[in-house]
Design a binder for this molecule. Structure first.
Ligand SMILES: [Mg+2]
Length: 278
């Protein structure tokens, strides 16, 4: 069916946030419609952001990935969980010591931004920051537990994902490391990635956009659609990745738009016929 009202409402949005894996890309391939949709949104003056909880790739990795598929994107259009963590730490922990459990590349990024990073127990630490950590060992877990035993120290985590997909299956991600620390200390971290609203709020702040002017397009209900709801913006679910239409109907969230893929979204926006949930 054609829903002129919904089409008109979507066309009025000014800021489009996209999840990447399962929404715009699957492995090495772009999902059909991605190139046309991005081109269309740029042509019509929309602001675009690419958001991901994947903290194993840098912004430049994503710029290069899309460039290989003839799509030019700017580094400041990409907000990864790692990037969001950097922004948050600059805002809250400038000139304060941060105990990091993360990759060497995240450590370098934080240090390059002028932040005070340590990976050992010492006096005067203001924050324990946990991210995907390929250098994790027991000493770090012990040090983090000791630091967190002081209730004044902030417990911060880049993303809540329990595991990170690999070629053979999955390995523990940031959320699983936090579970160990939570069991040991009774402390709950503040998570930054999806489904928490900070990533949307940061994009809105950069674009100067209101909630009602912003939409989040993604393929996962419990991260992308929950993030949209938590941030008070409308969500667009695409069925090209993890979620099915049945999941969408049974999830208990209000998802205003469901499309087979970004191709269908492109067709709706560029005024072809499409299906919209009412
Ligand atoms: Mg996804």
């Amino acid at each position: 069916m054609i829903c002129e009202k919904n089409r008109a409402l979507l066309k009025e949005k000014k800021v489009f946030l996209f999840d990447i894996d399962g929404t715009l890309a699957l492995g090495d391939q772009l999902i059909s419609g991605t190139e046309k949709l991005i081109r269309y949104l740029r042509m019509t003056g929309k602001r675009i952001f690419f958001t991901t909880n994947n903290s194993t790739k840098s912004r430049q990795d994503y710029v290069n990935y899309f460039a290989r598929h003839n799509i030019r994107i700017e580094p400041d259009e990409i907000l990864t969980a790692g990037g969001l963590t950097l922004i948050f730490c600059r805002e809250h922990f400038e000139n304060k010591k941060i105990f990091l459990m993360g990759t060497p590349s995240l450590k370098k990024e934080l240090e390059d931004a002028g932040l005070l990073i340590t990976e050992k127990y010492e006096e005067g630490i203001a924050c324990v920051l946990v991210a995907f950590d390929t250098t994790l060992n027991f000493q770090k877990l012990e040090d983090a537990s000791r630091i967190l035993s002081d209730g004044r120290v902030i417990f911060l985590a880049s993303n809540p994902d329990l595991c990170c997909p690999t070629a053979f299956g999955a390995v523990p991600d940031c959320g699983s490391i936090c579970e160990m620390l939570k069991n040991a200390t009774g402390r709950e971290p503040k998570f930054l990635g999806k489904p928490y609203p900070d990533i949307v709020n940061q994009c809105r702040k950069t674009a100067g956009a209101l909630r009602e002017e912003t939409v989040l397009v993604g393929d996962r209900i419990y991260t992308d659609m929950a993030c949209a709801e938590n941030a008070g913006v409308e969500g667009i679910l695409v069925l090209s990745g993890e979620a099915t239409e049945k999941d969408a109907m049974n999830c208990g969230l209000q998802i205003p738009y469901v499309f087979e893929s970004v191709k269908e979204l492109y067709e709706l926006l560029s005024e072809n016929e499409c299906r919209v949930r009412s």
